[in-house]
Design a protein around this ligand. Sequence first.
Ligand code: HDE
Length: 716
Amino acid sequence: MKNSKNEKSTNSKVDQLRDHTTDNTGEMLTTNQGLKINNNQDSLRSGERGPSLLEDFILREKITHFDHERIPERIVHARGSGAHGVFKINKSLAKYTKANFLSEEGKETPVFVRFSTVAGSAGSTDLARDVRGFAIKFYTEEGNYDLVGNNIPVFFIQDAMKFPDLVHAVKPEPDNAIPQAASAHDTFWDFISLMPESMHMIMWAMSDRAIPRSYRMMEGFGVHTFKFINEEGKMHFVKFHFKPKLGVHSVAWDEATKISGKDSDFHRRDLWEAIENGAFPEWDFGVQIIPEEDEHKFDFDLLDPTKLIPEEEVPVELVGTLTLNRNPDNFFAETEQIAFHPGHLVPGIDFTNDPLLQGRLFSYTDTQLSRLGSPNFHEIPINRSINTVHNNQRDGHMRQQIVKGKVSYEPNTIGGGCPFQAMMKEGGFTSQEERVDGQKIRARSQSFVDHYSQAKLFYNSQSEPEKTHLQNALIFELSKVTIPAIRERVVGQLNFINKELASLVAKKVGVDVTKLQQPNGSIPADADPKTLQSTEKEPSTKSSEALSMKNTVKDTIKSRVIGFVMENGVNAKDVKTLKSKLEKEEAVVQIIAGSLAPVKADDGTIFEPKHSLTSTASVCFDALYLCSGKNSAENLLNEDNKPGTLLFVNEAYKHCKAIYFGKETDEIYNASNVKGKKHEDSAIITSESNNSDESFIKAVSNHRVWELEKDRNNPA
Ligand code: HDE
């Protein structure tokens, strides 16, 4: 594996900007004024047991700074993690865009990427059921370009006007501030039940996409339709995609809730450790390009952010690679202070009139003013552009740049007219000319009115286990809703998507299904009658392969975490052989034992456990190896260890993970829920299986065999 610390950084230009860095090595303590500190243990006081003195400027400076350490967290997307990396364009897009970083084949651009959940506070669990933010700052030679997207290609609402309502509804309820980082409560579903436009996104949010296995295994989407403009001024519409090289994978909801207790930093740790281990997360970058003249050829509106363009209609062309290769040095300075904005553009890219995007263009600068406290937030190292900033803006809180001379206006003669406007051919940004003429009006376009077709498309495209998980998610969420009328309205909405889904959910959440048939039962007041009719008479069967995670499984175990469960007496040879095979494929092996005491193997080898059966759980691993060795197996089943060992195995089994029973571990196998399953189950490997090590590796690469849930009579 590559070592991230030794990797020659491709971000050298960004590094040059980070001239405020220090690692304090070999340095003495100073105050903020650079005064060396002689005593950092005691405050200044009148006598050893006397009162502290106001004069103690060193104590006061230290405590004042401490008192002001917090800044307001992001109003949404507060919980997040980020990393540095590089974006490489492999196939020029010059035909469509003049953006320099997309048009020069082979060009590398430094980036910082921040992933996030939306609803929870900064300290909330990573495993909440939620949309994930996928925000990228490209430090291009033409200025910073921010693509502030999500891991879901559509959004809940069509107009920025509804965003505060959506966010208020999902956030903890205002009277008692419950629940944290969860949509399973009255106000969220009350709002949703009255917003049929949210139904497509609800399908995604209730699917396992909302509980990713890792940030490294999520797709990224620009969501809105954007515009590409080429050198000739020709415009194409574009949708942006990032497809993870490791495939798209999720955990089961039961795992998510348990991981939240065992390791609520699971995604943060996973990203950090992968980069430290040199398993750099990678995505293919792709575009869907739509010629201007095709704008109206779809049966939805390209400006409607609740719609995606099915890949069958416009294929995603893969043209670049995004790689994350360096962890931040300082979480606050970088990940917390980075300020994204969909309005940070470069020539060659432009906005569309998507009414959600248009509203965002106001919000992001505004929010930085309250979060970062100054219009000079662009001067914080992580936010600086590679090319130096030249303009006549001046002063303000915490100004860093020292502009020389007398001039801060334009036009001027005193400064020789500088800084002066750039012509278009010199890279000066111009907005794409567009004829706009219409009535000033507050209204939604009729072309935005079909709220159910793509919700159906998504549901139809899911594999059976994915459908089951989605149904269970809806049942979980709606069961937390205390007001029956809200549950009823939501089920009414689901009925427009899929009758079977609606009645399955209805049964579990106490809604009378027969009510759904009544003409006025649950039909939303503004629902399009055309849509309703087609739903009822002729259920749509359209589907799209790209929408199921099942179709993204890759033949790799790279960076998968395999738990080796062992105790004293373990067979050292088998452990070493399997470990080296797994590590050759770039998987990560972690040892789990009854305690953290070193484990003594049959040949005297000592293995150091990273975890004990009580400090972790199988939900934190991708697969388990019950290590060979009769004595080890016996020790794992002694009075102390038995409950932990069996819980480990049974939960891994429940979650359809690959489990490998090494030699002489039959006792564990027989005591667990796996008993009797070894020969009929592709996820269960034993030492008697053919090529058992290789079969295990294959099973791990499948991620999970969700199809087995039913046989196990134990839905995950
Ligand atoms: Fe955001 N959003 N958003 N959003 N958003 C913010 O900006 C907002 C929307 C997204 O890691 C805030 O700096 C409005 C869609 C991400 O720092 C804020 C509307 C999409 C992040 C804001 C939207 C996003 C944010 C909060 C509707 C997917 C985290 C802190 C008009 C395409 C970026 C901040 C990071 C953050 C406003 C809708 C993605 C308040 C008003 C749609 C990934 O400005």
